[in-house]
Design a protein around this ligand. Structure first.
Ligand SMILES: Nc1nc2c(ncn2[C@@H]2O[C@H](COP(=O)(O)OP(=O)(O)O)[C@@H](O)[C@H]2O)c(=O)[nH]1
Ligand SMILES: [Mg+2]
Length: 335
């Protein structure tokens, strides 16, 4: 087993094996994982983090694969980019058909030295799914991956939290969910930098786009980009309004335009100072989460399990209130 020092220097030299081993240590919350993150952290802060979220089956994995293919073999004067994909699925990846489907499509990318795919199913990490994802992102970033795409199912708060940690968030939608688009929650529209209507080969695209625009208008207080790619000036600052794009991921249609739009968003972030602001916000949230989790974990380790159950029973029987329960537990620890 290589030492953490060896793993770190191998990662920095580009070893995929050391990268894979380190990702596992980090994902499993191993002490060696923390040691690796401590050493790698100064090398992070360069990657473009792209969150990709949306309901199951809308085509997130297909889009991520297409983007990875294009990024990793770029032409027209711009160099190929190194791309990491983190697929976060809180449900077990071994149930349902999605996993098999993902694996088959991933074959396009297998063996591509510029692409590294990692799926993450565990919720066990200290600080939950978002913290676990953040650790993997740091390792990829330090390893020199230019673009890190994080695919999450836009179903719960944890997934929204992860998307919020990205620089650029794509929300994927697809036709056929009915005119009302129940799947689009206001919360998810608010985090969208780009809205993608995938499966544009399906009937009902027009309806989907109309409904999306209406919802978006509500979410952005009546402001909405009338044509794709519009950036509006308001009160002296440049604002970004989410763009709506159409793709057919299975045919690769619209992917080049999507990539251009992602790059345009990155330019907007850099030029407006929003990139720095998001970086600071992300690190702030991560620090807060880790601090909270660590404090609770340390405190719990000093508390006899029976004490907690006693206090819980008193709460259940209404002998004490929530606040009294907390006071009691904190006193017990000190005593
Ligand atoms: N007709 C059509 N099918 C698509 C398109 N994109 C993805 N699919 C199919 O939709 C299914 C779900 O795609 P997937 O990428 O796994 O969706 P995810 O659950 O959001 O990751 C798969 O069978 C894909 O082949 C598209 O643009 N058009
Ligand atoms: Mg998927």
């Amino acid at each position: 087993v290589p030492s953490t020092d060896e793993l770190v220097s191998s990662i920095l030299r580009g070893s995929r094996l050391a990268l894979a081993q380190s990702l596992t240590l980090v994902e499993n919350d191993e002490p060696n994982g923390y040691a690796i993150l401590n050493q790698l952290f100064p090398y992070t802060g360069r990657a473009h983090l792209i969150g990709v979220t949306g309901a199951p089956g809308t085509g997130k994995s297909s889009i991520v694969n297409q983007l990875a293919l294009q990024y990793s073999q770029r032409m027209e004067g711009s160099p190929a980019r190194r791309v990491a994909i983190i697929a976060v699925d809180p449900s077990s990846p071994f149930t349902g058909g999605a996993f098999l489907g993902d694996r088959i499509r991933m074959r396009d990318l297998a063996g591509n030295p510029n692409v590294f795919i990692r799926s993450m199913a565990s919720r066990g990490s200290l600080g939950g799914l978002a913290a676990g994802t953040s650790g993997l992102v740091q390792v990829f970033d330090a390893a020199g991956y230019d673009v890190i795409m994080i695919e999450t199912v836009g179903a719960g708060q944890a997934e929204v939290d992860i998307a919020r940690l990205a620089h650029t968030t794509l929300v994927i939608e697809s036709p056929g969910l009915g005119d009302d688009i129940q799947a689009i929650k206001a919360g998810i529209l608010e985090i969208a930098d780009l809205l993608v209507i995938n499966k544009a080969d399906y009937p009902g695209v027009e309806n989907t786009e109309r409904a999306l625009r209406a919802n978006l208008e509500l979410a952005t207080n009546g402001q909405v980009a009338t044509t794709n790619g519009q950036v509006v000036e308001g009160s002296g600052t440049t604002a970004w309004l989410p763009t709506i794009l159409r793709t057919i991921a299975t045919e690769g249609a619209g992917i080049t335009e999507l990539m251009q739009e992602i790059e345009r968003h990155q330019q907007h972030l850099l030029q407006s100072g929003e990139w720095q602001r998001r970086e600071r916000e992300r690190l702030h949230i991560e620090l807060e989460n880790l601090l909270r989790e660590t404090l609770v974990a340390r405190w719990r380790a000093t508390l006899p399990a029976a004490s907690y159950q006693e206090v819980l029973s008193d709460l259940v029987s209404r002998r004490i209130s929530h606040h009294q329960a907390v006071e009691l537990l904190l006193e017990r620890k000190e005593g």
